[in-house]
Design a protein around this ligand. Sequence first.
Ligand SMILES: Cc1cc2nc3c(=O)[nH]c(=O)nc-3n(C[C@H](O)[C@H](O)[C@H](O)COP(=O)(O)O)c2cc1C
Length: 190
Amino acid sequence: MDLFDAMEGRRSCRAFLPDPVDEDTILKILRAGTWAPSPMNAQPWEFVVVTSDAVKEALFDEAEERRKWGQEVSGWKWLGGYRVDFLKSAPVIIAVIGDPKKTGLDSFLEEGGVGYQHGCAAAIQNMHLAAHALGLGTLWFTLFDRQVIRKILGIPDEKIPLALICLGKPVTSSPMPPRKDVQEKVRFIR
Ligand SMILES: Cc1cc2nc3c(=O)[nH]c(=O)nc-3n(C[C@H](O)[C@H](O)[C@H](O)COP(=O)(O)O)c2cc1C
């Protein structure tokens, strides 16, 4: 698949078929994640691959709690109709865990380092594109309390659960949420 087609054609997937994803495919996608750039090549990511129904159920319960909380604090009505069932139906969930110690020189800044988060985000996007090129759907999911996710997945306090990637065969292809024209987002300094 042409890279530009992949970037344009990838969509967030929120409905998955139950077909399992084999381990070689999962590893291929994870390997694509590890080709991402990171500060000083520190590779600040770790992955936890979940296929257990019981663990997916626990992740779903947490997301539901957060959804209700989010609706309360934001007052956003759409959250009332937003369903997080994909956390149960996705055959695979990949938790991306960041290591704040692997963040490069910005760790010396007063406000602390965020380079590790950028590196993990690059890895997540690589995995999205790799999965799409393999005909699979993905969702970058972040509606959770980190402490709860640490408990569910057995992550130590010093590591940061940054995202859950839902992965599987998509039920249908989703329409493209519109993008603003790049001309609205750019300023050239010549
Ligand atoms: C950092 C980040 C966090 C996101 N968190 C969520 C999330 O918690 N739940 C969700 O349904 N989608 C989440 N998304 C997906 C976005 O909603 C989606 O990318 C956006 O609407 C554009 O749609 P597209 O991915 O189909 O192009 C997240 C995306 C990013 C990059």
